[in-house]
Design a protein around this ligand. Structure first.
Ligand SMILES: Nc1nc2c(ncn2[C@@H]2O[C@H](COP(=O)(O)OP(=O)(O)O[C@H]3O[C@H](CO)[C@@H](O)[C@H](O)[C@@H]3O)[C@@H](O)[C@H]2O)c(=O)[nH]1
Length: 266
């Protein structure tokens, strides 16, 4: 059997209905050669909805897929990190279970990862975008959150949950330096991993679909976790000592955010 080079990690909570379509579409997209060297790992937080049985069936049918069930932890970011650390591959990809991230774009991410330490799926590029049925309030939250992250990274879609990285860079960062709370694990990794200064991030444009099965787990708590994470990342990047600059940057960003909300509404 060929050695595993690529690992696709999928955080999943109550996603039974999406497991089979994601697995079959992913391996079909990978084709014969990539499939031999790729594993798919779901990281489930004890959903007890039949996800385990669904993955077992697919495994018996020959797909290289397994599921990690956590009983003592909850959360998207910590599930992704758990999958990354347990993965056998050097090239890691993270995607949502709900098919909003097209499995057909995974080969492109894996190919680009051969040349870039970090690869980000982006919805902000010519020819791609966000499904027109994605709710207005989610667009507003997403745009506001994106503006607030602007000073931290040059990436075009820092809110994306569709991304990949070379595992060696993850292993170079101390585990406890990473923020395992909330949803924004890609942003945390882009800011904190010791990526080389020249061309650290490649981008792969993709069109963001809408969920057809199950529902989003984004909550007020996740938004608060994001704001706490932002504060930590600002201090990480710019230093707590420079408090005045920090406050000025935040005030400008909040004013910009209010402007974006106002212009999306009127
Ligand atoms: N294991 C585990 N998985 C979780 C948890 N919460 C969410 N997930 C899984 O994480 C994925 C994304 O969660 P959703 O609740 O579907 O998120 P969303 O509202 O669609 O937002 C996603 O897309 C945004 C735009 O790209 C992203 O900004 C956001 O981070 C996330 O990826 C799904 O596969 C979901 O099952 C959790 O507590 N535990």
């Amino acid at each position: 059997m060929a050695a595993i080079e690529n690992s696709v990690i999928v955080p999943a909570y109550h996603e039974k209905l999406n497991i089979k379509p994601l697995t079959t579409r992913l391996f079909a997209a990978l084709g014969n050669e990539f499939s031999k060297t790729t594993e798919l790992i779901f990281v489930d937080d004890n959903s007890q909805d039949g996800s385990v049985e669904e993955v077992d069936k697919l495994h018996k049918n020959g797909y290289n897929v397994r599921i990690i069930v956590r009983t003592d932890e909850r959360g998207l970011s910590s599930a992704v990190l758990r999958g990354f650390y347990e993965a056998k591959g050097e090239y890691l990809v993270c995607m949502d279970a709900d098919l909003q991230h097209p499995p057909e774009s995974v080969p492109q991410l894996l190919e680009k990862l051969r040349n870039y330490p970090f690869v980000l799926g982006t919805r902000y590029a010519p020819g791609v975008g966000i499904d027109k049925d994605w709710p207005l309030h989610r667009r507003i939250i997403s745009n506001g959150a994106r503006c607030l992250a602007k000073p931290l990274t040059s990436a075009s879609d820092p809110m994306s949950g569709f991304f990949g990285l070379q595992k060696k860079y993850l292993l170079e960062a101390p585990k406890d330096s990473l923020n395992a709370e909330g949803f924004k694990v890609a942003l945390d990794l882009m800011v904190k991993l010791p990526l080389p200064p020249k061309d650290p991030i490649g981008e792969v444009p993709f069109s963001f679909g809408v969920r057809t099965e199950g529902e989003s787990k984004l909550s007020g708590k996740v938004i608060v976790q994001y704001l706490v994470q932002l504060k930590e990342l600002y201090i990480y990047r710019f230093g707590a000592a420079n408090l005045l600059t920090f406050i000025v940057i935040w005030s400008v960003l909040i004013m910009y955010l209010l402007f974006v909300i106002y212009s999306s509404l009127f």
